[in-house]
Design a protein around this ligand. Structure first.
Ligand code: C5P
Length: 397
C-alpha cells in the first residue's frame, strides 16, 4: 500500500462516517488519499474532517477554477492507482452505469481508465430494486470491482443487504485490487467462448464451447492483479468479476474488439472461433421455396485472430498464447500449429467426446513452447487457469 494513490469518492449516505475511519486505515498503511466529497456526501461528513484525516485538500466542485488551472479533473482521475467509491449510493451507481457526468465525482468516474472499486451502501429495498441490480450488472461488465454490501441492521431501521462493508474489508479489497500481485500494472487480453456466424437474421452457425476455460483464466489473471480485457462470444458461463467485458458475436467482431483493446502485455486466445462464415448470408429470413431443394450455403474463411496478433510486426503483445483443441495426435498437431500461427505457447487439449473435456469441468493440457511440450495432469479448469496464470506472470516478470 506504501506510496499508492487512492482517489476516494465519498457519496451521500449515512455510511459516509465509516469512510473517515477508512481514510485513517489507508494513510497509516502509507497510501496517499485524495478525497472527493459529493454534495450529498458533504451532508454527512464535513470537508474539514475529511481533509484533516487525509492530510490533503478535499475536492468538492467540478467548477472550481483553481483546480481546473492546477490539476484538471481528468488529470485527477488518472494519476490514481485506484478509485474507491464509498459509500457507493444507488444514485452514484446509476450515474456511473448510464455514463452521466454532472458533478465532479461522476465526471471523474467517466473520464478515467483507472480501475474503480465500489463499496455500495443503501436501503435494502433500493439495493434489491431491479434498477440497482441492473446497474450492478452493467458496472461489473465495465470492469468495476465491488466489495459488499453486507447484511445486517441498517440505520433506516430495516434489515438485509445494504450495509457498507467495514473499513478493514474495504482495505483488503483495495489491497487485492492494486495488489502486490505479480501481474499488477499488466494488461492481459483474453478471448473466450464460441462465435456465432449468421446464416440469415435468425439462424447462425455455432460450436459447443461454453467459455469455461477462458472465464476461469480471466479470473485467475485478475486475481494476480492484472487488468484484464475479456473479449467473449456468446458463452454459457457468466464472465468473471473485476474484468472489462467486451461482448461480440462473430469472428470479425472479435478481431476488431481484440485490436481495439491493444496494447496488451499478453494475449490469450481461448475462444473457439469459427473457421468459416457464410459468405452468402441472407439479409432477410430464408424461406423454403417449395421445390424441396435446400439453400446452397457458400463458406468463406474467417480471419485467424490468434495468427493476426501473433504475427504483428509492431505492437505485438510480449506473450501470445493460443489454445488447440484436437482429437488425435494432439502434441504433433499442436506443435505444428504453434509454428504456423507464430504464437509463443499453445495450450493443447484432447477434445474427443470420451474425454468429457469440451463443456466439462476438467481439462488435461499440454503446454507447448519453444522449450518443448509439457503435459500437465488432469485437473479442474480452475486449477489449469491458476497454473497457467502463474506461468504467464513468470514470463512477464
Ligand atoms: O486453428 P485452430 O482453430 O485449431 O486454432 C486454435 C487457436 O486459434 C485458438 O487459440 C483460437 O482461439 C485461435 N483462433 C483464432 N481465430 C480463428 C481460429 C482460431 O484466434 N479464426
Amino acid at each position: 500500500m506504501l506510496g499508492k494513490r487512492i482517489l476516494l469518492i465519498i457519496g451521500g449516505g449515512i455510511a459516509a462516517y465509516k469512510t473517515l475511519d477508512l481514510i485513517r486505515r489507508l494513510t497509516e498503511r502509507g497510501a496517499a488519499v485524495t478525497p472527493v466529497l459529493t454534495k450529498a456526501g458533504a451532508e454527512f461528513v464535513t470537508p474539514l474532517s475529511v481533509s484533516a484525516l487525509a492530510g490533503a485538500k478535499v475536492h468538492t466542485d467540478l467548477f472550481d477554477l483553481t483546480d481546473e488551472a492546477e490539476m484538471g479533473h481528468i488529470q485527477l482521475s488518472r494519476v490514481a492507482d485506484l478509485i474507491v467509491v464509498a459509500p457507493a449510493t444507488a444514485d452514484l451507481m446509476a450515474k456511473m452505469a448510464s455514463g452521466r457526468a454532472d458533478d465532479l465525482a461522476s465526471t471523474l468516474l467517466l473520464a478515467t481508465d483507472t480501475r474503480v472499486l465500489l463499496a455500495p451502501a443503501m436501503n435494502v429495498r433500493m439495493w434489491n430494486h431491479p434498477a440497482t441490480q441492473r446497474n450492478l450488472v452493467t458496472l461489473h461488465s465495465d470492469g468495476a470491482l465491488v466489495v459488499g454490501p453486507n447484511e445486517g441492521a441498517m440505520a433506516c431501521g430495516e434489515f438485509g443487504p445494504g450495509r457498507m462493508a467495514e473499513p478493514l474489508e474495504i482495505v483488503a479489497a483495495i489491497e487485492a485490487a492494486i495488489g502486490s500481485g505479480p501481474l499488477a500494472d499488466r494488461h492481459v487480453l483474453v478471448t473466450s467462448g464460441p462465435t456465432h456466424e449468421p446464416i440469415d437474421p435468425v439462424r447462425y452457425i455455432a460450436n459447443r464451447s461454453s467459455g469455461a476455460q477462458g472465464t476461469a483464466l480471466a479470473a485467475a489473471l485478475a486475481a494476480l492483479g492484472a487488468r484484464v480485457t475479456f473479449v467473449t462470444g456468446p458463452a454459457t458461463v457468466l464472465p468473471p468479476d473485476g474484468v472489462k467485458v467486451v461482448r461480440v458475436e462473430t469472428a470479425r467482431e472479435m478481431l476488431a474488439a481484440v485490436q481495439a483493446a491493444l496494447p496488451a502485455d499478453a494475449a490469450v486466445f481461448a475462444a473457439a472461433v469459427a473457421d468459416w462464415r457464410v459468405a452468402n448470408a441472407a439479409g432477410s429470413k430464408m424461406k423454403k421455396d417449395g421445390t424441396g431443394r435446400p439453400p446452397a450455403l457458400e463458406f468463406t474463411e474467417n480471419p485467424d485472430i490468434l495468427a493476426t496478433i501473433a504475427q504483428m510486426t509492431a505492437g505485438r503483445p510480449r506473450l501470445v498464447v493460443g489454445f488447440a483443441a484436437e482429437t488425435d495426435d494432439v502434441i504433433d498437431h499442436a506443435t505444428a500449429k504453434r509454428a504456423r500461427k507464430g504464437c509463443d505457447w499453445i495450450v493443447a487439449n484432447d477434445v474427443r467426446p470420451e474425454t468429457g473435456i469440451m463443456g466439462g469441468a476438467e481439462n488435461a493440457v499440454t503446454v507447448i513452447s519453444a522449450d518443448g511440450a509439457e503435459s500437465w495432469p488432469r485437473m479442474s479448469k480452475d486449477q489449469v487457469a491458476r497454473k497457467l496464470a502463474a506461468r504467464i506472470a513468470e514470463a512477464l516478470a
